[in-house]
Design a protein around this ligand. Structure first.
Ligand code: FUB
Length: 458
């Protein structure tokens, strides 16, 4: 019996990494408050960023980051796309809270709350920036700016755009077509407060005593099959995720209960973001599961789910595996940014004007996994763009994971500068079909090289 168990363990350890741990989906930084946006066949994911050093035991957040994916398992890092410094009218040095980006007429509007200073808006010609402040002042002119956090935007079929936000109440404005001003003729100088009661947003579970209903913060507003959805952080601290729906923006809103319960690996806050992409539905949220994580060091995760036949959202389980099936394979015969990552250990990313975002802070034993790489009929060569002033090191190209079959070793020598990029090439064993690929970094020095892109060649 013992022998059979040993045999089984050997067999299991040699299986390809189906079900490789996927959550949290970003490992290079602490990220929170996910806001996905589908544009031109790509999912862009805007996040907040919890700093590695927490100041005064509170949220320490200076900038907003962006990631993208075309397969839902590998995420490309676009860096910090904007920061508090881009809002000249605010002197806050902390408080870059939950944003959302939305596209209209090929312009991208990023609605950003600055905690204590209200909601601002930035605009860009590209989903990844650069973003500029078209107003030079806050967008929402309310007399309760302390409550003005967590904006969520949506453009209805008739072209009317809405911006909802708020904690502990929920407000909205009707955005004008320019997306940077709003109709002042409704509500209180344009701001409408939603009716919050037991039937619209649920009886308060009363975890923190500050909320009259279960609605707490972090609203995510959208429409699907003629039903309007409000999904939000609920039940005070610690937060659940709940959902209300309505037949029109004006209501009546109907409370549907929780769609994500509490779990030990969830942070004391949570924040929903939902999109449909390539025929599937995805639910983004945050936990504190990344190594070193806690309530002020959170990490974004994602689950695939199916709406119930009546349009309601089922209870979603926060899992370690996350998305189990990619929606497309990665083509390694085009340049792949090194910061396109399914899972990584140890590394960070940085950016510079020439290379853009690149993988940095590489130390001995760190690694990157890229999932569902289509080797097709097999490649003979691996190429990598690297830069270093140190003695360098090497990239081990392995199948599946850090202990997987060694396909080749690419030596990296001093290139004359940390941003002096050179291409290194090595031979690799021929492998066919779709496999996960792992780059294991080896070398004696700390932070021994930077890594910008890679590709396979015949
Ligand atoms: O991340 C800062 C704040 O915590 C967000 O704005 C809230 O939604 C909560 O996640």
């Amino acid at each position: 019996m013992k022998n059979r168990i040993v045999l089984l363990l050997v067999f299991v350890s040699q299986l390809p990494l189906i079900g490789l741990t996927q959550n949290p989906i970003i490992q290079t930084y602490f990220t929170a408050d996910p806001a996905p946006m589908v544009y031109n066949d790509t999912v862009y994911l805007y996040t907040t960023h919890d700093e590695d050093e927490t100041v005064d035991n509170f949220f320490t957040m200076y900038d907003w980051r962006c990631y993208s994916s075309i397969d839902m398992v590998n995420w490309t890092d676009h860096g910090a796309v904007t920061s508090l410094k881009d809002f000249k009218w605010s002197d806050k040095e902390n408080g870059a809270w939950a944003p959302q980006c939305i596209e209209r007429n090929d312009k991208f509007y990023l609605y950003c709350p600055i905690h204590g200073d209200g909601v601002g808006v930035l605009v860009s010609d590209s989903p990844t920036g650069p973003f500029r402040d078209p107003l030079g002042k806050r967008l929402i002119e309310s007399d309760h700016i302390w409550n003005d956090i967590d904006p969520t935007a949506f453009i209805d079929d008739d072209g009317q755009a809405y911006l909802f936000w708020g904690n502990p109440a929920l407000y909205y404005v009707k955005l004008n077509e320019d997306m940077i001003s709003y109709d002042r003729s409704i509500g209180n100088k344009g701001i409408v407060a939603l009716e919050m009661n037991e039937s619209t947003f649920g009886k308060s579970k009363g975890n923190d005593g500050n909320h009259h209903t279960n609605y707490t913060e972090g609203p995510w507003f959208y429409k699907r099959s003629n039903l309007y959805y409000m999904v939000y952080a609920a039940a005070g601290i610690p937060e659940y995720i709940a959902c209300s729906t309505a037949p029109s923006v004006e209501g009546p809103w109907e409370y549907h209960g929780f769609i994500m319960e509490r779990a030990d690996h969830l942070a004391f806050t949570n924040h929903p973001g939902i999109v449909d992409y390539k025929g599937n539905s995805y639910f983004f949220y945050h936990t504190h599961e990344l190594s070193g994580g806690e309530g002020f060091k959170r990490s974004v995760s994602v689950e695939q789910f199916k709406y119930n036949s009546d349009g309601s959202i089922p209870l979603i389980e926060p899992t370690k595996e996350g998305v189990k099936k990619n929606v497309s394979n990665l083509n390694p015969y085009n340049k792949v940014e090194a910061e396109t990552i399914a899972w990584s250990e140890g590394v960070k990313t940085k950016s510079e004007s020439k290379a853009g975002v690149y993988v940095s802070n590489i130390s001995d034993g760190d690694y990157i996994v890229v999932r569902s790489v289509d080797f097709d009929k097999g490649a003979k060569k691996f190429k990598a763009s690297v830069a270093t002033v140190s003695k360098g090191g090497q990239i081990e190209v392995r199948l599946n994971d850090a202990d997987g079959e060694l396909l080749g070793v690419c030596k990296v020598k001093n290139t004359g500068g940390e941003k002096q990029w050179e291409t290194r090439t090595c031979k690799i064993k021929k492998v066919k079909g779709v496999n996960d690929l792992c780059f294991v970094f080896k070398g004696a020095d700390e932070q021994f090289f930077n890594f910008d892109w890679w590709k396979l060649e015949n």
